[in-house]
Write a protein that binds this ligand. Structure first.
Ligand SMILES: Cc1cc2nc3c(=O)[nH]c(=O)nc-3n(C[C@H](O)[C@H](O)[C@H](O)COP(=O)(O)OP(=O)(O)OC[C@H]3O[C@@H](n4cnc5c(N)ncnc54)[C@H](O)[C@@H]3O)c2cc1C
Length: 431
């Protein structure tokens, strides 16, 4: 793009759908002198998915890992960006418009960075019976259920009912599955005896089901083996090479035909891209509904439409399966696309792998860094440090740090709250 043209009062409008790692980093880097930038997100806050499991397990308060967009928009690098709340449901590529429940917005350039949602692999009815932790509200729902089950168990002497209430099954042995299973294991081992003395740890069962032959499939064999060892220390029953084929009447059926009682199932087994209704043109999508993009983040076959982060699929000769759905990929793609749009020069994106990590419990984590694999206490410290510096906002960083230090010393009780939204009054018809 010609920069003199861009500096005219009629700046081309870039609409960015989604203010996650990709969308927020993009709007920070776009040159607001050249472009009118509008960020649309269904929530009024940016959140930090790697720590959702800590909300679900009462380790952190939701507000400590969520950050209001409007506060962010006041900061230097984001100044000039307009935030508009709305869930984009439809995109018309020929009229160059996106539609939310509140408005239709026109764009000159569109960046789709709406991330993913849970994938139930065709069994969509599961959404009614399993718990997920793919968003802050889902994590809160999961937390409330775990706590209510514990409270309810203290109120009955019916052994069969107690067993049902206290049987937790996690589906999926990726980082989220390992982390939530580990957190439940810690609750069983350390919290129950202190806060629920009438429940014996033997009455609580935690099972993790993983389809492949190892946990943390994308990590090194050493890290997978360590994660397995740590989960066993926390009394989690890990079953590898098993898949859940159905879940009905509080019973999980596994691929080998066996069944097991599972009062609460936490599903972390897969994600699929957010979906939209399209008009005017149909973009090329992969089998997970992700937008197929070229190495410059341009959506194949469409003009002025870009996709970033988890919702994009960027196959290359050296990487035909595309990049992993990780925060670093989303952030690096965002910085790359901002540079391209600011200069009008499109170049090849190259991902710089900074490693992967997962935590299982206190002092128990694994980290595959570019030149070294770490485990145990040192990996746990590294994990905490990386997550702390990545959380948005100084207040949030400090809150998380203090909460973790406090929890390390005393396992606080203050976050194990069941807070249900009140039912009345009914929501205004305008909202
Ligand atoms: C539980 C969990 C744990 C994870 N742990 C790790 C980890 O440890 N390390 C790591 O690197 N990665 C981790 N990830 C993956 C990482 O979070 C993603 O790769 C990253 O968030 C992708 O960024 P994104 O911007 O593409 O999408 P997201 O961060 O998901 O952001 C999407 C944004 O779009 C908004 N949105 C969605 N639909 C619409 C719509 N229709 N209209 C408007 N707005 C919309 C959402 O509200 C959200 O703000 C984890 C993910 C989850 C769910």
């Amino acid at each position: 793009m010609d920069i003199t043209e861009a500096k005219t009062p009629h700046r081309p409008r870039i609409v960015v759908v989604g203010g996650g790692f990709a969308g927020l980093n993009l709007v920070k880097k776009l040159n607001k002198k050249y472009f009118e930038v509008i960020l649309v997100d269904s929530n009024n806050y940016h959140s930090f998915p790697p720590l959702f499991y800590q909300i679900a397990s009462s380790g952190l308060d939701p507000s400590s890992i969520s950050f209001p967009f409007r506060r962010e928009m006041r900061k230097g690098s984001v100044k000039g960006v307009k935030y508009q709340m709305g869930e984009v449901s439809a995109i018309d590529f020929s009229r160059k418009e996106v539609t939310t429940q509140y408005e239709t917005l026109s764009y000159d350039k569109l960046v789709i960075a709406a991330g993913t949602t849970n994938n139930f692999f065709g069994n969509d009815e599961l959404i009614k019976s399993v718990y997920t932790i793919k968003s802050v509200p889902e994590a809160i729902r999961c937390r409330d259920e775990i706590l209510e089950r514990m409270e309810r168990a203290t109120l009955t002497s019916d052994k069969a009912l107690r067993k049902k209430l206290l049987s937790f099954t996690v589906i999926g042995g990726g980082p989220t599955g390992v982390e939530i299973a580990g957190a439940l294991g810690e609750m069983k081992r350390y919290i129950l005896p202190r806060e629920y003395p009438t429940i014996s740890p033997d009455e609580v069962s935690i099972t993790l089901i993983e389809g492949s032959d190892k946990l943390l499939g994308a990590m090194s064999a050493k890290s997978s083996a360590k994660a397995l060892e740590y989960l066993k220390t926390l009394m989690v029953d890990v079953r590898l090479k098993q898949i859940m084929t159905s879940y009905e009447n509080e019973t999980v059926e596994l691929g080998d035909g066996t069944t097991m009682e599972a009062g609460m199932v936490i599903w972390t087994a897969g994600v699929t891209a957010r979906k939209f209704d399209f008009a005017g043109n149909t973009p090329q999508l992969d089998k997970s509904s992700r937008f197929v993009v070229d190495t410059s983040c341009r959506v194949s076959g469409l003009d002025d439409v870009y996709a970033l982060g988890d919702i994009s699929f960027m196959p290359t000769d050296s990487n035909p399966k595309g990049y992993p759905q990780l925060a670093q990929v989303a952030i690096q793609q965002a910085v790359h696309l901002a540079g391209e749009l600011n200069t009008g020069k499109f170049t090849e994106f190259r991902y710089k792998d900074k490693g992967a990590m997962a935590t299982v419990g206190r002092n128990l984590a694994v980290a595959d860094l570019p030149h070294v694999s770490l485990s145990g206490f040192i990996a746990w410290l590294t994990w905490m440090f990386i997550h702390l510096i990545s959380i948005l906002g100084m207040r949030n960083k400090l809150t998380v740090l203090i909460t973790w230090i406090w929890a390390y010393c005393s396992y606080p009780t203050s976050l194990r709250l069941i807070i249900r939204p009140s039912r009345y009054p009914l929501k205004s018809k305008h909202l």
